[in-house]
Ligand binder design. Structure first.
Ligand code: C2E
Ligand code: CA
Ligand code: CA
Ligand code: CA
Length: 277
């Protein structure tokens, strides 16, 4: 594929096919981005609103183009999943998140958990477990510090293999969060069968928690469900004090959202952590 370099950038859309020139160009751009390490991570704190302590951070990938612009994940992750490039991208993300976490812990920063997103597609990777073990070993990041975030769709494709891998992750000491809970084609059976350690309440429910009795009922019920299952619950997308109060009243203490902080580059997150020492 020819490389036009510079500012050219095409967005993936579902009508692209593997033969189209846009598809080939985006694929070659992402390959270039991998080689030149243009994928960077921002970290969003997850706060324990009761203690005021940092519970953990979620690592969120961005594509830093050579012109300096930051491409948000929703603009390239779907393409990366479709093309299979999510596998090498996911590997870089995992390695960087672990490297950074080990470094923060070595410096005595109050960081106990880093949450890393894994796509369904990554669970088709036969050496996923070996790849992760290798990264943990080379970075020195303790497995207890890693929380894998999966979505319901990831859990549902290839159930037997996913289940086996997730159990191995748990045996290694990692924890597992079910992301965007309530938005997928979920079955409560997966909650029972998968070795989940936390549920993330999707932002759509959190946004409406104050104004919609139905959303409030759903949030309340998911929190109770999590309590009854003995798993942690994290609410996502809290933007206002009122939402935080409502979530606390409903019994959810771990909260992630713009109210506390947007996702931040590593150095800015370090400043954030210094305020919570
Ligand atoms: P997600 O895993 O559900 O991540 C949460 C998204 O919500 C992030 O968007 C975050 O910036 C945003 N968010 C957090 N708090 C608030 C808030 O208070 N208000 C609003 N409006 N938004 C909030 P982001 O970083 O753009 O990521 C979008 C999605 O891209 C993620 O959704 C995840 O599905 C995917 N993604 C991001 N990083 C990775 C990655 O490393 N690997 C994979 N496979 N997917 C990733
Ligand atoms: Ca997530
Ligand atoms: Ca989510
Ligand atoms: Ca999402």
């Amino acid at each position: 594929a020819k490389n036009l370099g510079g500012n050219r950038f095409v967005l993936y859309n579902a009508t692209m096919n593997r033969q189209s020139s846009d598809y080939v160009l985006l694929e070659s751009d992402l390959n270039q981005a991998l080689k030149q390490r243009q994928f960077i991570l921002h970290y969003q704190p997850q706060m324990n609103s009761q203690t005021g302590q940092i519970y953990g951070v979620e690592a969120l990938v961005r594509w830093q183009r050579p012109n300096g612009s930051l491409v948000p994940p929703n603009d390239f992750i779907p393409f990366a999943e479709h093309s299979g490039l999510i596998i090498p991208i996911g590997q870089q993300v995992f390695a960087e998140a672990c490297r950074q976490t080990a470094q923060w812990q070595a410096k005595g920063r109050p960081l106990h958990k880093v949450a890393i997103n894994l796509s369904a597609r990554q669970f088709q990777q036969p050496d996923l477990q070996a790849m992760i073990m290798q990264i943990l070993e080379t970075t020195g990041c303790p497995p207890q510090a890693v929380e894998i975030e999966i979505t319901e769709s990831a859990a549902m494709e290839n159930v037997a293999y996913t289940l086996r891998i997730l159990k191995a992750f748990r045996d290694m000491g990692m924890s597992i969060a079910l992301d965007d809970f309530g938005t997928g084609f979920s079955s409560l059976r997966y909650l029972k069968e998968f070795p989940i350690t936390s549920l993330k309440i999707d932002q759509s429910f959190v946004h409406d928690v104050l104004y919609e009795t139905k959303s409030r009922a759903i949030v309340k019920t998911v929190i109770e469900l999590a309590n009854n299952l003995g798993v942690a619950v994290i609410a996502e997308g809290a933007e206002t004090q009122e939402q935080v109060n409502a979530l606390q009243d409903l019994g959810c203490s771990v909260i992630q959202g713009y109210y506390f902080s947007r996702p931040l580059p590593a150095d800015a997150l370090e400043h954030f952590m210094n305020r919570y020492r």
